[in-house]
Design a protein around this ligand. Structure first.
Ligand code: NAD
Length: 483
């Protein structure tokens, strides 16, 4: 079956999302601070459910995409999801420890204590997209469950087989009061995002994010928005182009560029543009000798997305840009799969849709620049991207990239890899999102950092109470200068 974006509702009519939330709320109220053992047990059950469904995950994704490299599915959905769950299991006790903070003079001398306690938020909603649908639904739970929350999930309707499998997988290991999956289309998404969660994590596109934010505003539901955008790849003067090309090409081959962190377009010194184009073609051929007919490639998710991508190419060609399509066998990996060829677009006009919208597919525009500052200006003229990539070892250029641009994250001399660093916060900024998670940053994102102050046994406050006189003034003066 091919994912064509049609809605399927597995939860179905009669299941009331608000009721499910109430059930989770009541369970949370009865046990508002799960122990480390309880949290580890939840994380272990999730990990076991994931790993025991490995083969079915590969099959469901293949059905939803029409064709998806089994190795890519296994790596993107299982390996990269198991890793953060294992990290959370190993680190949880450390993350949960209250954190000592400074009290300042004179309180520090008199035995007062200031601490931050990380408290569960309650019930967290998780809305996830179709492109890496198991990972983006399950990996955030490493932080959400570690923080002691209960969770309601809503996977994308564009991957219906995976959504159904997720629901079965979670139901096989969890009571719905702990963790549950609601499936369905946009209507269910709307109802879901309007629920009064204690926190809502949305991963997806910017347009839907605006609906989510509006819906969340009714209850002032705190949001984490993990969005996308046009992540630039900047090639520095002296960069090793062969190495850069192999790494950039992988960023477009992986899930056929249907990755929020995929390099969206490349900026290269004009003098080295042709060299880069040749190196990219070599790199693509090296990875996929049969181009998009290779078993290691991935189909477009559905006809709508494929048409959008083909539209970009048509428009670029009509405008006079050089279009290099890497389709040299014409063979498709699976009947019914919609394969979009890897395509380089050399010097597309900035006015074209492919240079204004997030590509989210296997097309790669290559744009030349003369002066490094022009390249930085091109990046800064667009919305703040989710990621930014720089290739080269020029320290002064790296410094400029890091201080004169803003993006969710940065990888130097590669693409996407900062995502795989579990000890780095992952998230966007501006139009690419708000709030970051992963590792301990995920634990903190989905916890309430509660300030807990324990007053000294000495009656410090007494010195500040009226009637005021010289003694108060002396103490207040000390506080002003040294407190
Ligand atoms: P999508 O169409 O699958 O939508 C995402 C979710 O939103 C789905 O569960 C859908 O049912 C729900 N939804 C749709 N309309 C809704 C509405 N009106 N109200 C509430 N919920 C609604 O996914 P998409 O938006 O096509 O995903 C692709 C985008 O996601 C790209 O922009 C990509 O960059 C971004 N993305 C970001 C990350 C990240 O971690 N930052 C990861 C992957 C994808």
């Amino acid at each position: 079956m091919h994912g064509d974006g049609k809605a399927v509702s597995v939860v179905g009519a009669g299941t009331n999302l608000a009721k499910l939330l109430q059930v989770q709320r009541a369970a949370h109220a009865a046990d508002p601070f799960p122990t480390a053992e309880q949290r580890i047990d939840r994380l272990r059950r999730l990990l076991a459910a994931l790993e025991s469904h490995e083969q079915r995950i590969v099959e469901a994704l293949n059905a939803d995409f029409g064709y998806r490299s089994p190795h890519q599915t296994w790596f993107a959905e299982v390996v990269t999801t198991a890793k953060p769950l294992r990290l959370a299991i190993a680190q949880l006790r450390r993350w949960m420890r209250p954190e000592r903070r400074s009290t300042g003079l004179p309180f520090n001398l008199l035995g007062a204590r200031a601490e931050v306690h990380y408290q569960p938020l309650g019930v967290v909603g998780v809305i996830s997209p179709w492109n890496v649908p198991v990972n983006l639904a399950v990996a955030p739970l490493a932080g959400v469950l570690a923080a002691g929350n209960r969770v309601m999930m809503k996977p994308s309707e564009a991957t219906p087989a995976t959504a159904e499998l997720l629901q079965q997988m979670i139901a096989s290991a969890f009571d719905p009061a702990e963790l549950t999956v609601a499936t369905g289309g946009v209507e269910v998404g709307r109802e879901f995002s309007a629920l009064p969660f204690d926190h809502l994590l949305y991963t997806g596109g910017e347009a839907v994010a605006k609906h989510i934010m509006r819906a969340a505003s009714d209850h002032l539901t705190p949001l984490t928005l993990e969005l996308g955008g046009k992540s630039p790849t900047l090639i520095g003067e002296g960069a090793d182009l062969q190495l850069a090309a192999r790494r950039i090409a992988f960023g477009k081959v992986f899930n056929a560029g249907q990755v929020c962190l995929a390099p969206d377009y490349v900026l290269v010194p004009n003098a080295r543009k042709r060299e880069l184009v040749d190196a990219l073609i070599e790199a693509f051929k090296g990875m996929l000798p049969e181009a998009s007919g290779s078993r290691d490639f991935v189909a477009a998710i559905n006809a709508r997305h494929a048409d959008r991508l083909r539209g970009y190419v048509l428009e670029a060609r009509a405008s006079g840009a050089e279009v290099i399509e890497l389709e040299w066998t014409g063979r498709s990996s699976a009947p019914g799969a919609i394969m979009v060829p890897l395509t380089l677009l050399v010097e597309p006009s900035p006015m074209l849709a492919v240079m204004r919208e997030e590509i989210f597919g296997p097309l790669l525009p290559i744009v030349g620049y003369d002066r490094f500052e022009d390249a930085l200006a091109m990046i800064n003229a667009k919305d703040r991207p989710l990621a930014l990539y720089y290739f080269g070892d020029d320290r002064a250029q790296i410094q400029q990239v890091l201080t004169r641009t803003v993006s969710g994250g940065v990888t130097l001399n590669d693409v996407i890899m900062h995502y795989t660093m579990d000890d780095l916060p992952f998230g966007g900024v501006g139009a690419s999102g708000m709030g970051a998670y992963h590792g301990r940053d995920g634990f903190r994102r989905f916890s309430h950092a509660r300030a807990v102050y324990t007053q000294s046994r000495f009656d410090i406050g007494g010195m500040l109470r009226p009637p005021y006189g010289p003694r108060f003034e002396r103490i207040a003066r000390v506080l002003q200068k040294h407190g």
